[in-house]
Design a protein around this ligand. Structure first.
Ligand code: HSE
Length: 401
Protein backbone atom coordinates (compact mmCIF):
# COMPACT_ATOMS: atom_id res chain seq x y z
CA UNK A 1 0.00 0.00 0.00
CA UNK A 2 1.37 3.44 -0.98
CA UNK A 3 0.10 6.21 1.27
CA UNK A 4 0.12 9.92 0.49
CA UNK A 5 -0.97 13.23 1.98
CA UNK A 6 -2.76 16.12 0.30
CA UNK A 7 -2.16 19.67 1.55
CA UNK A 8 -5.10 21.94 0.68
CA UNK A 9 -8.59 20.72 -0.17
CA UNK A 10 -9.63 23.31 -2.76
CA UNK A 11 -10.56 22.59 -6.37
CA UNK A 12 -7.42 20.65 -7.31
CA UNK A 13 -6.89 18.92 -3.94
CA UNK A 14 -10.47 17.62 -4.03
CA UNK A 15 -9.93 16.37 -7.59
CA UNK A 16 -6.80 14.50 -6.49
CA UNK A 17 -8.67 12.66 -3.73
CA UNK A 18 -11.53 11.85 -6.14
CA UNK A 19 -9.29 10.43 -8.89
CA UNK A 20 -7.42 8.24 -6.41
CA UNK A 21 -10.76 6.81 -5.29
CA UNK A 22 -12.52 6.63 -8.70
CA UNK A 23 -9.55 5.13 -10.57
CA UNK A 24 -8.27 2.96 -7.70
CA UNK A 25 -8.22 -0.23 -9.80
CA UNK A 26 -6.31 1.27 -12.76
CA UNK A 27 -3.83 3.03 -10.48
CA UNK A 28 -3.18 -0.05 -8.35
CA UNK A 29 -2.60 -2.18 -11.45
CA UNK A 30 -0.09 0.27 -12.89
CA UNK A 31 1.72 0.87 -9.60
CA UNK A 32 1.69 -2.73 -8.45
CA UNK A 33 0.19 -1.64 -5.13
CA UNK A 34 -2.92 0.28 -4.02
CA UNK A 35 -2.67 4.06 -3.58
CA UNK A 36 -4.43 5.67 -0.65
CA UNK A 37 -4.83 9.17 0.79
CA UNK A 38 -3.90 8.96 4.46
CA UNK A 39 -4.03 12.59 5.60
CA UNK A 40 -5.41 15.87 4.27
CA UNK A 41 -4.14 19.18 5.62
CA UNK A 42 -6.86 21.85 5.81
CA UNK A 43 -7.10 25.32 7.29
CA UNK A 44 -10.77 24.96 8.19
CA UNK A 45 -12.70 21.75 8.84
CA UNK A 46 -15.78 21.20 6.69
CA UNK A 47 -18.27 18.37 6.64
CA UNK A 48 -17.96 16.01 3.71
CA UNK A 49 -16.76 12.58 2.64
CA UNK A 50 -13.10 13.26 3.53
CA UNK A 51 -13.69 14.82 6.97
CA UNK A 52 -12.16 11.80 8.79
CA UNK A 53 -8.83 12.26 6.92
CA UNK A 54 -8.49 15.97 7.68
CA UNK A 55 -6.08 17.64 10.10
CA UNK A 56 -4.93 21.23 10.60
CA UNK A 57 -1.63 20.05 12.08
CA UNK A 58 1.20 19.91 9.51
CA UNK A 59 3.44 17.86 11.85
CA UNK A 60 1.05 14.90 11.37
CA UNK A 61 2.29 14.81 7.76
CA UNK A 62 5.89 15.84 8.34
CA UNK A 63 6.46 13.24 11.06
CA UNK A 64 4.49 10.36 9.58
CA UNK A 65 6.91 7.83 8.05
CA UNK A 66 4.06 6.03 6.26
CA UNK A 67 3.49 9.07 4.00
CA UNK A 68 5.75 8.73 0.96
CA UNK A 69 4.35 11.47 -1.30
CA UNK A 70 2.77 14.81 -0.45
CA UNK A 71 0.58 16.69 -2.94
CA UNK A 72 0.75 20.45 -2.34
CA UNK A 73 -2.36 22.22 -3.60
CA UNK A 74 -2.32 25.10 -1.11
CA UNK A 75 -1.26 27.68 -3.72
CA UNK A 76 0.72 30.89 -3.17
CA UNK A 77 4.23 30.93 -1.79
CA UNK A 78 4.44 31.43 2.00
CA UNK A 79 2.94 28.32 3.65
CA UNK A 80 3.28 26.28 0.46
CA UNK A 81 7.03 26.99 0.33
CA UNK A 82 7.60 26.26 4.02
CA UNK A 83 5.65 22.98 4.02
CA UNK A 84 7.16 21.83 0.72
CA UNK A 85 10.69 22.48 1.98
CA UNK A 86 10.01 20.59 5.20
CA UNK A 87 8.42 17.63 3.37
CA UNK A 88 11.45 17.41 1.07
CA UNK A 89 13.79 17.70 4.11
CA UNK A 90 11.81 14.85 5.67
CA UNK A 91 12.55 12.70 2.58
CA UNK A 92 9.03 12.79 1.11
CA UNK A 93 8.43 13.27 -2.61
CA UNK A 94 6.33 16.35 -3.36
CA UNK A 95 3.96 16.97 -6.27
CA UNK A 96 2.36 20.33 -6.97
CA UNK A 97 0.15 22.36 -9.30
CA UNK A 98 1.53 25.58 -7.79
CA UNK A 99 3.00 27.61 -10.68
CA UNK A 100 3.75 30.62 -8.50
CA UNK A 101 5.92 28.56 -6.17
CA UNK A 102 7.73 26.81 -9.04
CA UNK A 103 8.30 30.08 -10.93
CA UNK A 104 9.65 31.86 -7.83
CA UNK A 105 11.36 29.15 -5.74
CA UNK A 106 11.36 26.05 -7.97
CA UNK A 107 15.10 26.14 -8.65
CA UNK A 108 15.95 25.99 -4.97
CA UNK A 109 13.35 23.32 -4.13
CA UNK A 110 14.46 21.14 -7.05
CA UNK A 111 18.06 21.37 -5.85
CA UNK A 112 16.93 20.27 -2.39
CA UNK A 113 15.01 17.33 -3.89
CA UNK A 114 18.10 16.36 -5.92
CA UNK A 115 20.29 16.38 -2.80
CA UNK A 116 17.75 14.24 -0.96
CA UNK A 117 17.45 11.88 -3.93
CA UNK A 118 13.69 12.33 -4.11
CA UNK A 119 11.30 13.86 -6.63
CA UNK A 120 9.63 17.25 -6.81
CA UNK A 121 7.22 17.15 -9.77
CA UNK A 122 4.94 19.85 -11.16
CA UNK A 123 3.38 18.74 -14.44
CA UNK A 124 0.03 20.22 -13.31
CA UNK A 125 1.55 23.69 -12.86
CA UNK A 126 1.38 24.43 -16.62
CA UNK A 127 -1.51 23.65 -18.95
CA UNK A 128 -3.72 21.90 -16.35
CA UNK A 129 -4.26 18.37 -17.65
CA UNK A 130 -2.04 18.73 -20.74
CA UNK A 131 1.15 16.70 -20.62
CA UNK A 132 3.73 19.34 -21.57
CA UNK A 133 6.66 19.44 -19.13
CA UNK A 134 7.48 15.73 -19.31
CA UNK A 135 7.14 15.56 -23.12
CA UNK A 136 9.29 18.68 -23.52
CA UNK A 137 12.03 17.28 -21.26
CA UNK A 138 11.87 13.67 -22.29
CA UNK A 139 10.23 13.12 -25.70
CA UNK A 140 11.89 16.24 -27.16
CA UNK A 141 15.21 15.69 -25.34
CA UNK A 142 17.13 15.38 -28.62
CA UNK A 143 16.24 18.97 -29.57
CA UNK A 144 17.56 22.41 -28.74
CA UNK A 145 14.31 24.16 -27.78
CA UNK A 146 14.23 27.56 -29.49
CA UNK A 147 10.77 28.78 -28.54
CA UNK A 148 7.76 27.92 -26.41
CA UNK A 149 4.53 29.88 -26.69
CA UNK A 150 0.92 29.26 -25.97
CA UNK A 151 -2.47 29.99 -24.55
CA UNK A 152 -1.59 29.31 -20.93
CA UNK A 153 -4.59 30.59 -19.02
CA UNK A 154 -7.93 28.81 -19.21
CA UNK A 155 -9.91 31.54 -17.46
CA UNK A 156 -9.01 34.33 -19.90
CA UNK A 157 -9.44 32.08 -22.93
CA UNK A 158 -12.86 31.11 -21.58
CA UNK A 159 -13.78 34.78 -21.03
CA UNK A 160 -12.61 35.83 -24.51
CA UNK A 161 -14.51 32.97 -26.14
CA UNK A 162 -17.75 33.79 -24.27
CA UNK A 163 -17.47 37.49 -25.08
CA UNK A 164 -16.86 36.90 -28.78
CA UNK A 165 -19.22 33.97 -29.31
CA UNK A 166 -22.20 34.92 -27.17
CA UNK A 167 -21.59 38.62 -26.55
CA UNK A 168 -21.34 37.97 -22.79
CA UNK A 169 -20.15 40.78 -20.55
CA UNK A 170 -16.64 40.47 -19.15
CA UNK A 171 -17.89 40.32 -15.54
CA UNK A 172 -20.48 37.60 -16.29
CA UNK A 173 -17.96 35.47 -18.17
CA UNK A 174 -15.46 35.81 -15.31
CA UNK A 175 -18.11 34.82 -12.75
CA UNK A 176 -18.90 31.71 -14.80
CA UNK A 177 -15.18 30.81 -15.02
CA UNK A 178 -14.97 31.14 -11.23
CA UNK A 179 -18.07 28.98 -10.77
CA UNK A 180 -16.51 26.29 -12.96
CA UNK A 181 -13.35 26.26 -10.83
CA UNK A 182 -11.04 27.69 -13.52
CA UNK A 183 -10.03 30.98 -11.92
CA UNK A 184 -7.34 31.61 -9.30
CA UNK A 185 -8.35 32.50 -5.73
CA UNK A 186 -7.65 36.10 -6.79
CA UNK A 187 -8.82 36.20 -10.43
CA UNK A 188 -6.83 39.36 -11.17
CA UNK A 189 -3.87 36.95 -11.51
CA UNK A 190 -5.71 35.43 -14.49
CA UNK A 191 -7.08 38.62 -16.00
CA UNK A 192 -3.84 40.61 -15.71
CA UNK A 193 -1.65 37.91 -17.28
CA UNK A 194 0.21 37.05 -14.07
CA UNK A 195 -0.86 33.40 -14.02
CA UNK A 196 0.19 32.96 -17.65
CA UNK A 197 3.41 34.82 -16.77
CA UNK A 198 4.29 32.33 -14.03
CA UNK A 199 3.62 29.47 -16.44
CA UNK A 200 5.80 30.91 -19.21
CA UNK A 201 8.59 31.29 -16.63
CA UNK A 202 8.32 27.59 -15.74
CA UNK A 203 8.31 26.61 -19.42
CA UNK A 204 11.28 28.90 -20.17
CA UNK A 205 13.24 27.62 -17.13
CA UNK A 206 12.88 24.06 -18.40
CA UNK A 207 13.32 24.84 -22.10
CA UNK A 208 16.48 26.93 -21.72
CA UNK A 209 17.92 25.54 -18.47
CA UNK A 210 18.15 28.96 -16.78
CA UNK A 211 15.96 30.64 -14.20
CA UNK A 212 13.67 33.29 -15.68
CA UNK A 213 12.88 35.78 -12.94
CA UNK A 214 9.10 36.46 -12.98
CA UNK A 215 9.88 40.04 -11.88
CA UNK A 216 11.65 40.74 -15.18
CA UNK A 217 8.89 39.33 -17.40
CA UNK A 218 6.43 41.94 -18.75
CA UNK A 219 2.91 40.60 -18.18
CA UNK A 220 -0.10 42.15 -19.87
CA UNK A 221 -3.56 40.64 -19.55
CA UNK A 222 -6.90 41.13 -21.25
CA UNK A 223 -8.38 43.89 -19.12
CA UNK A 224 -7.43 46.63 -21.60
CA UNK A 225 -8.57 44.61 -24.61
CA UNK A 226 -11.49 46.16 -26.49
CA UNK A 227 -14.24 44.15 -28.20
CA UNK A 228 -13.88 46.55 -31.11
CA UNK A 229 -10.32 45.31 -31.73
CA UNK A 230 -11.52 41.70 -31.48
CA UNK A 231 -14.18 42.39 -34.14
CA UNK A 232 -11.80 44.25 -36.50
CA UNK A 233 -9.25 41.44 -36.13
CA UNK A 234 -11.90 38.77 -36.82
CA UNK A 235 -13.04 40.52 -39.99
CA UNK A 236 -9.43 40.70 -41.19
CA UNK A 237 -8.86 36.96 -40.61
CA UNK A 238 -7.18 37.09 -37.21
CA UNK A 239 -8.13 35.91 -33.71
CA UNK A 240 -6.98 37.72 -30.58
CA UNK A 241 -5.54 35.43 -27.89
CA UNK A 242 -3.54 35.98 -24.72
CA UNK A 243 -0.17 34.34 -25.31
CA UNK A 244 2.85 33.64 -23.13
CA UNK A 245 6.09 33.41 -25.12
CA UNK A 246 9.64 32.43 -24.24
CA UNK A 247 12.37 32.60 -26.87
CA UNK A 248 15.98 31.58 -27.09
CA UNK A 249 17.92 34.49 -28.65
CA UNK A 250 21.25 34.60 -30.42
CA UNK A 251 23.38 36.31 -33.07
CA UNK A 252 20.99 35.12 -35.81
CA UNK A 253 18.41 37.61 -34.50
CA UNK A 254 20.87 40.27 -33.32
CA UNK A 255 21.34 39.22 -29.67
CA UNK A 256 24.19 37.82 -27.58
CA UNK A 257 24.57 34.10 -27.83
CA UNK A 258 22.80 32.30 -24.97
CA UNK A 259 20.37 35.11 -24.19
CA UNK A 260 16.62 34.66 -23.83
CA UNK A 261 13.41 36.53 -23.23
CA UNK A 262 9.81 35.98 -22.16
CA UNK A 263 6.60 37.98 -21.91
CA UNK A 264 2.81 37.72 -21.83
CA UNK A 265 0.55 39.84 -24.06
CA UNK A 266 -2.57 39.59 -26.24
CA UNK A 267 -1.67 38.88 -29.88
CA UNK A 268 -3.41 38.87 -33.22
CA UNK A 269 -3.03 35.36 -34.66
CA UNK A 270 -3.80 34.49 -38.31
CA UNK A 271 -6.89 32.24 -38.25
CA UNK A 272 -5.04 29.66 -40.38
CA UNK A 273 -2.78 28.82 -37.41
CA UNK A 274 -4.25 25.98 -35.30
CA UNK A 275 -3.64 27.87 -32.05
CA UNK A 276 -5.94 30.68 -33.25
CA UNK A 277 -8.90 28.32 -32.94
CA UNK A 278 -8.28 27.13 -29.38
CA UNK A 279 -11.35 28.13 -27.40
CA UNK A 280 -13.08 28.00 -24.00
CA UNK A 281 -10.98 26.63 -21.14
CA UNK A 282 -8.65 24.85 -23.56
CA UNK A 283 -4.96 25.69 -23.60
CA UNK A 284 -2.46 25.00 -26.37
CA UNK A 285 1.30 25.11 -26.06
CA UNK A 286 3.61 25.14 -29.06
CA UNK A 287 7.20 23.98 -28.62
CA UNK A 288 9.70 24.70 -31.42
CA UNK A 289 12.68 22.37 -31.43
CA UNK A 290 15.58 22.62 -33.88
CA UNK A 291 15.03 19.06 -35.09
CA UNK A 292 11.30 18.45 -34.69
CA UNK A 293 10.03 21.88 -35.76
CA UNK A 294 6.77 22.97 -34.11
CA UNK A 295 4.77 20.58 -31.92
CA UNK A 296 1.47 21.65 -30.36
CA UNK A 297 0.05 20.27 -27.11
CA UNK A 298 -3.67 20.84 -26.58
CA UNK A 299 -6.19 20.10 -23.84
CA UNK A 300 -8.07 21.42 -20.84
CA UNK A 301 -5.90 24.02 -19.14
CA UNK A 302 -7.81 24.39 -15.87
CA UNK A 303 -10.48 22.75 -13.75
CA UNK A 304 -10.67 20.17 -11.02
CA UNK A 305 -10.28 16.84 -12.78
CA UNK A 306 -7.87 17.78 -15.63
CA UNK A 307 -5.43 19.43 -13.21
CA UNK A 308 -5.79 16.61 -10.69
CA UNK A 309 -5.12 14.11 -13.50
CA UNK A 310 -1.65 15.61 -13.94
CA UNK A 311 -1.05 15.64 -10.15
CA UNK A 312 -2.00 12.01 -9.62
CA UNK A 313 0.11 10.89 -12.58
CA UNK A 314 3.06 12.70 -10.96
CA UNK A 315 2.32 10.93 -7.67
CA UNK A 316 2.49 7.62 -9.54
CA UNK A 317 5.81 8.64 -11.10
CA UNK A 318 7.22 9.39 -7.63
CA UNK A 319 6.29 5.90 -6.52
CA UNK A 320 7.81 4.24 -9.56
CA UNK A 321 11.09 4.45 -11.42
CA UNK A 322 9.69 6.48 -14.34
CA UNK A 323 11.02 9.83 -15.45
CA UNK A 324 13.95 12.23 -15.37
CA UNK A 325 14.39 14.84 -12.62
CA UNK A 326 13.80 18.39 -13.93
CA UNK A 327 16.50 20.94 -12.97
CA UNK A 328 17.74 24.36 -14.12
CA UNK A 329 20.46 26.87 -13.26
CA UNK A 330 19.70 29.80 -10.90
CA UNK A 331 21.69 32.15 -13.21
CA UNK A 332 19.28 34.84 -14.49
CA UNK A 333 21.80 36.75 -16.62
CA UNK A 334 21.17 36.93 -20.36
CA UNK A 335 17.51 37.93 -20.06
CA UNK A 336 16.63 40.45 -22.78
CA UNK A 337 13.79 42.98 -22.94
CA UNK A 338 11.10 41.40 -25.17
CA UNK A 339 10.41 44.85 -26.65
CA UNK A 340 13.60 44.27 -28.66
CA UNK A 341 11.84 41.52 -30.63
CA UNK A 342 10.64 42.35 -34.15
CA UNK A 343 7.11 41.54 -35.23
CA UNK A 344 4.18 43.17 -37.02
CA UNK A 345 2.05 45.35 -34.77
CA UNK A 346 -1.67 46.10 -34.85
CA UNK A 347 -2.66 49.68 -34.04
CA UNK A 348 -6.02 51.38 -33.74
CA UNK A 349 -5.61 55.14 -33.71
CA UNK A 350 -7.83 58.17 -33.55
CA UNK A 351 -6.59 59.53 -36.84
CA UNK A 352 -6.31 58.89 -40.55
CA UNK A 353 -4.36 56.56 -42.80
CA UNK A 354 -2.06 59.49 -43.59
CA UNK A 355 -1.20 59.78 -39.87
CA UNK A 356 -0.49 56.04 -39.76
CA UNK A 357 1.68 56.15 -42.88
CA UNK A 358 3.62 59.19 -41.64
CA UNK A 359 4.60 57.27 -38.52
CA UNK A 360 5.13 53.79 -39.96
CA UNK A 361 5.61 54.08 -43.74
CA UNK A 362 3.91 51.18 -45.45
CA UNK A 363 0.94 49.82 -43.47
CA UNK A 364 -1.95 47.42 -44.15
CA UNK A 365 -5.30 49.04 -43.39
CA UNK A 366 -7.88 46.86 -41.61
CA UNK A 367 -10.57 49.47 -41.02
CA UNK A 368 -11.08 53.20 -41.52
CA UNK A 369 -14.09 55.01 -40.07
CA UNK A 370 -12.86 58.03 -38.18
CA UNK A 371 -10.53 55.70 -36.34
CA UNK A 372 -7.95 53.75 -38.34
CA UNK A 373 -6.89 50.18 -37.59
CA UNK A 374 -3.78 48.97 -39.40
CA UNK A 375 -0.91 46.48 -39.34
CA UNK A 376 2.70 47.65 -39.52
CA UNK A 377 5.63 45.96 -41.21
CA UNK A 378 7.81 44.01 -38.69
CA UNK A 379 9.39 46.43 -36.19
CA UNK A 380 10.75 46.02 -32.67
CA UNK A 381 8.40 46.86 -29.81
CA UNK A 382 10.73 49.71 -28.84
CA UNK A 383 10.64 51.13 -32.36
CA UNK A 384 6.85 50.74 -32.55
CA UNK A 385 6.47 52.67 -29.32
CA UNK A 386 8.73 55.46 -30.52
CA UNK A 387 7.08 55.81 -33.93
CA UNK A 388 3.63 55.88 -32.32
CA UNK A 389 4.54 58.68 -29.91
CA UNK A 390 2.83 61.38 -31.99
CA UNK A 391 -0.27 59.28 -32.74
CA UNK A 392 -3.39 59.11 -30.64
CA UNK A 393 -3.17 55.37 -29.94
CA UNK A 394 -6.34 53.57 -28.81
CA UNK A 395 -4.89 50.03 -28.98
CA UNK A 396 -1.60 48.38 -29.79
CA UNK A 397 -1.15 44.59 -30.03
CA UNK A 398 1.53 42.27 -31.36
CA UNK A 399 0.88 39.98 -34.33
CA UNK A 400 2.07 36.39 -34.18
CA UNK A 401 3.53 35.05 -37.41
N1 HSE B 1 -6.50 29.90 -13.16
C1 HSE B 1 -5.76 29.01 -13.98
C2 HSE B 1 -6.28 29.11 -15.41
C3 HSE B 1 -5.88 27.62 -13.44
O1 HSE B 1 -7.37 29.66 -15.60
O2 HSE B 1 -5.61 28.66 -16.32
C4 HSE B 1 -4.97 26.61 -14.07
O3 HSE B 1 -3.63 26.89 -13.83
Amino acid sequence: MAEIAVMGLGTVGTGVVKIISDNAGIISKKLGEPLQVRTILVRRFRDGPYRHLCTDDFSKIENDPAIRVVVETIGGVDAAYEYTRRCLEAGKHVVTANKQLIAERGCELLELARKKNIKYLFEASVGGGIPILHPMLECLAANRIDEVYGILNGTTNYILTRMVRTGAFFSDALREAQRRGYAEADPTADVDGIDAGRKICVLGDLAFGHQIDPESVPMEGISKLSLRDVKIANRAGYRIKLLGRALRLGPENGFESGSRTAYVAPHLIPESMPIANVEDVFNAIVVRGNAVGEVMFYGRGAGEMPTASACVSDVMECLSSWGEAPLWSPDVSGFENPLKLRCRHYFRIEGSLTDAAMAFGQVEVLSEDGETAFLTEPVTGLDAKKRAEKLNVLSCLRVLS
